[in-house]
Ligand binder design. Structure first.
Ligand code: FE2
Length: 354
């Protein structure tokens, strides 16, 4: 059994974002790196940024690639000769994961792709603060940071204790301006992680408790008249954190591998890909399938349909390959012989239902 670690410190509540300057007070020597979601480029976040600090807007149109992480490292070293004393990530899952990966890479050296896997990071990264501005992926709490290496086709994070944030600020005031559909797609990520984890073969008592509470909060939010009230946005921050904390000790199931197939082959973003995958999940998760579609209807959210209906044989083969490659979650959900259930014909049929 792995020794578990969670985020060391967190501030939670409306307006806590304004305490960022206080958190940085004893790291004033040296410079800080701000990685900010491009969504905020034209908005004033009131960051305590000083002249010597470095700021990058993170392009969230694509999920992080290993070459993007290497490039950010190069851009930091093009401006500075020493290491920063803090990295601050402000944004959604893509930005939060980018900040984690850059933090590890700066102190460990080499290239980002050398750390794709489990426990390959050898040294603690730069002290990092994570500030989510949309909730659901659990990136603020998890011990990984998803990256794709386009040279090898490998989509795998730096799964390590060192990837976990040192400090979080969970201020739901920051999620006020999230577009409604996006809020739903991303929020559902934690609901989906949590039921996949609970339905799995590898169980962990604490992880189960995190998942159960994350699902309970998701129900309260998405079964209410308006998922985006102030109270619900605060609950959503907690649900996301708990879902991410649960994942540190558990595995996902059938939804995430199919969703990853959509991302790799059709370039569909993670959270919306999960929701599209839910169209075909009735036979694997009948209860959650029903509940998911009830919640989508209640919140009047539209989820794309038919994106895999008229593809060619080569595309279905690619979808199959990039789904069954995720052996760990599929074994967790379906057992050692999952490939006897998920044949090429079966997987194609599942994708066609989406
Ligand atoms: Fe996810």
């Amino acid at each position: 059994m792995r020794n578990s670690k969670n985020v060391s410190k967190y501030l939670i509540g409306k307006g806590t974002f304004s305490q960022l300057a206080t958190l940085l007070a004893d790291r004033q020597e040296g410079y800080h790196v701000y990685l900010i979601d491009i969504f905020f480029e034209s908005k004033n976040l009131n960051l305590p940024k000083r002249n010597e600090d470095v700021l990058f807007f993170v392009d969230t149109a694509h999920e992080p690639t290993t070459s993007y992480i290497n490039e950010l490292r190069d851009q930091i070293f093009a401006k500075k000769t020493n290491l920063p004393t803090a990295i601050i990530g402000v944004g959604g899952g893509v930005t939060l994961d980018t900040a984690k990966a850059v933090s590890n890479l700066l102190t460990n050296g080499g290239q980002a792709e050398e750390y794709q896997g489990w426990d390959l990071v050898k040294k603690a990264g730069i002290y990092k603060i994570g500030i989510p501005t949309i909730s659901g992926t659990g990136a603020e709490a998890s011990r990984t940071c998803v990256m794709t290496n386009y040279k090898t086709g490998l989509k795998l994070g730096m799964n390590s204790e060192f990837t976990i944030y040192d400090q979080l600020i969970l201020d739901h005031e920051l999620t006020q301006t999230v577009p409604r559909n996006q809020y739903f797609y991303t929020g559902m990520d934690t609901y989906i992680h949590s039921f996949e984890s609970l339905a799995g073969r590898h169980r962990h008592a604490l992880s189960d408790a995190f998942s159960i509470q994350s699902i309970e909060l998701s129900r309260q939010i998405f079964d209410s008249a308006d998922m985006m009230t102030e109270e619900n946005r605060e609950k959503m921050m907690v649900a996301s954190y708990l879902g991410g904390a649960s994942l540190a000790n558990s595995f996902v199931g059938v939804v995430h591998p199919f969703s990853a197939g959509l991302s790799v082959v059709l370039g569909t973003h993670h959270c919306i890909a999960n929701c599209i995958t839910m169209r075909a999940m009735e036979e694997f998760y009948p209860k959650e399938y029903k509940e998911f579609w009830k919640m989508a209807e209640k919140q009047k959210v539209t989820i794309p349909e038919g994106i895999c209906r008229n593809l060619n044989a080569e595309q279905y083969q690619k979808l199959y390959d990039s789904t069954v490659i995720h052996q760990v979650p599929l074994k967790n959900a379906l057992g050692e012989n999952f490939k006897e259930i998920l044949t090429l014909e079966k997987v194609t049929e599942v994708f066609k239902k989406m």
